[in-house]
Ligand binder design. Structure first.
Ligand SMILES: [Mg+2]
Length: 382
């Protein structure tokens, strides 16, 4: 079997899909994207495709090595995301070729269903209580909310109290039997994060996510120490084992690699194993589309140290299309009692609506994240 064609598709709301065709008719799909930089990842996929055309798609690890290490300059979000989406598609081909789900090729399932959480509230969560009640009604046992929208890195007392008040509202609606996770989006300084996690401790969040930007992970140990019993999570902006090692050494409890950024199924599998040696759990980041989520689920069905899976149904970023817009069968993404059931469909286990994907790409999106400013006109982290 040989790879004969690699195509990419810019599909709303902000995704890039990759389709790899082989000479014996097996087709694999993946999702190589950096949100807001999708066209740049598309160019990176085109460059990697020069090497892959004519190769045996089943030599996944060898291709991963060449794609990741075959260039003198390597790593970073764009290249790692391009590799990630291609890697997903190669695993999809392998599964379809062997007639097995990817989790079977990773050593077989270790669980029958995977707990998922739902997003609530936007960056300005005015409707928080109603949104949480709706997700509870839909069966979810955990939700994630942003700590705050635009916020000063060195937060005021009012800003800290605002976050604590919103999380308290969430806790009240959820009760003691459900969980809330709080995403800081890297919007706080180390000092601000230390104060915030300390104040949140009595509300017992499932975890507090990305208290610092990844380029300040040298200060992360101080935040995990200040957090006391609050589990700290990070990783959506880390791109491989080397990025996760210092975060794990700093004491994070939850590793959140993104299957579409951190080298795909091959590398996230290894990140999970690395996290296991630190007693940390895996909670793959996934505000993305159906292929990224399918790839995430394949990994977590075969990963012992798994905590919970993110998914993007109803997420506030997605306006024109969502998780189910490009799949022929929504069944793999029908969540029951807050869990995704394991399926034994071959490959990634998702059937892509190719005509919908091709139609969407004919009017390609150019999604960019907002650029925020503080009251004084200076740049603010989004
Ligand atoms: Mg996040």
């Amino acid at each position: 079997m040989k790879i004969t064609r690699i195509e990419t598709f810019l599909v709303p709301p902000r995704w890039l899909f990759c389709r790899i065709e082989t000479d014996d008719g097996v087709v694999g799909w993946g999702e190589p994207v950096v949100e807001g930089r999708a066209e740049v990842v598309r160019a990176a996929v085109d460059v990697l495709a020069e090497y892959l055309i004519g190769q045996d798609p089943l030599r996944i690890e060898d291709h991963w090595q060449v794609m990741t290490r075959g260039g003198f300059y390597r790593g970073g979000p764009v290249l790692s995301s391009a590799v990630a989406g291609i890697d997903q598609a190669l695993w999809d081909i392998a599964g379809k070729s062997y007639g097995a789900p990817v989790h079977a090729l990773l050593g077989g399932p270790v669980r029958d269903r995977a707990r998922v959480y739902a997003w609530v509230g936007g960056d300005s969560p005015a409707q928080l209580a109603d949104d949480i009640a709706a997700q509870v009604e839909a069966g979810f046992t955990a939700v994630k909310m942003n700590a705050a929208g635009r916020v000063s890195p060195h937060p005021s007392v009012a800003e800290i109290n605002g976050v604590v008040g919103r999380v308290a509202t969430a806790r009240e609606v959820l009760g003691p039997d459900r969980d809330v996770a709080v995403d800081c989006h890297g919007r706080f300084s180390a000092a601000g994060a230390r104060r915030l996690v300390h104040e949140l401790a009595p509300l017992q969040p499932l975890f507090v996510e990305e208290p610092l930007l990844p380029d300040q992970d040298n200060l992360l140990a101080g935040v995990t120490a200040a957090a006391g019993p609050v589990p700290i999570a990070t990783g959506e902006r880390l791109y491989g084992r080397a990025g996760f090692l210092p975060a794990l050494q700093a004491g994070i409890a939850v590793a959140q690699p993104d299957l579409s950024h951190a080298g795909g199924i091959s590398e996230v599998r290894r990140i999970a194993s690395l996290a296991e040696t630190f007693g940390a759990h895996l909670a793959p980041h996934c505000p993305l589309g159906p292929l990224a989520l399918a790839a995430s689920l394949q990994v977590v069905f075969a990963t012992p140290n798994f905590l919970i899976q993110e998914q993007s149904l109803g997420i506030h970023y997605n306006k024109e299309a969502d998780l189910l817009s490009y799949v022929l069968d929504p069944e793999p993404f029908r969540f029951t009692d807050g869990y995704a059931a394991r399926t034994d469909l071959p490959g990634l286990g998702v059937q892509i609506d190719e005509s919908a994907v091709r139609a969407a790409d004919r009017a390609p999106h150019a999604w960019r994240n907002p650029v925020w400013r503080h009251e004084d006109g200076s740049f603010a982290e989004w």
